[in-house]
Design a protein around this ligand. Sequence first.
Ligand code: ADP
Ligand code: MG
Length: 323
Amino acid sequence: PVLQNQIAAGEVVERPANVAKELIENSLDAGATRIEINLENGGQGLIQVQDNGHGLAAEDIPLALTRHATSKIQGIEDLVRIASLGFRGEALPSIASVSRLSFASAPAGVEAGHEVEVAFGEMASEGPVALQTGTRIQVRDLFSNTPARLKFLKTQATETRRCQETVFKIALAHLDKEFTLSIQGRNQLHLVKHQALPQRLAAVWPQQVIDGLLPLQGERHGLQVEGVIGSPRTAQGRAQRIHFFINGRPVQDKILLKALREGYKGALLSKEYPQAVLFLTLPLEEVDINVHPAKSEVRFRDERSVAGLVCTTVRNALEKCDP
Ligand code: ADP
Ligand code: MG
């Protein structure tokens, strides 16, 4: 099973940012309202995610670290209608097979927390630990047993930046929750709860961009889109500040990117990209987000109507501001 998990790890986990994403999504699944992320050495040294969620009972921790132990699928219907963020039950066992992983948790009402440590897929130790209600996952020495994976990583600065982007992207879809990110023990990002979207964006985006943001909202045949887009005046040469979410999940999608730029038609140069944070809501049967285990790719049942709605909504928002 260790080897099997290492193979799965290659699909789910390519780099520290993927680990951070899986851990943060688990915290959200656990109902956390406060999530703290700590990174050391580009995530190779340490990726720690601590939350105030509902925790996991001591006897269930080893199960969570075993392949396909997901507690989130009750029946075949759930496979079709994926409601919670995680559903595959392979993230933790995969990560644990290529790192030293500690899972410490304290459900509400227990006297002490419980910690289980796994080293490269093998159970290493287990015992009580002092912890507030919630869960703390620590991942150390990522890929140190898989040299091929290790070689694939970029510089620590680059991997750190990718982790930062991942944290920020997820935080955009969870404005009601608090996120903190520390790097080498120093606070890098602190997003308080109940922020409005522009306020949260202002933690990372330049004020000039924030000042030009236009709100947008559109709906057609059960598809909805809402969010903010940047003024054509602040367009940039890279598709850097563009975030799409489908039913709350971050996705990357060429069709959406094309539709967004199409909505600006005439207002952008051929190599320019606007800023955008767009949240799409569509019936679950209209979209397949399970194309890739890292879950950031999508396939639409009817991509033309999705693209059409995005393009029209963007165009309407721009016309309203500049008649
Ligand atoms: P999945 O999220 O697909 O169920 P994972 O491998 O990511 O699979 O996690 C395995 C299980 O571990 C989860 O189903 C959940 O029961 C438990 N778990 C993981 N992270 C947390 C957390 N932060 N708080 C509570 N339980 C957690
Ligand atoms: Mg998960």
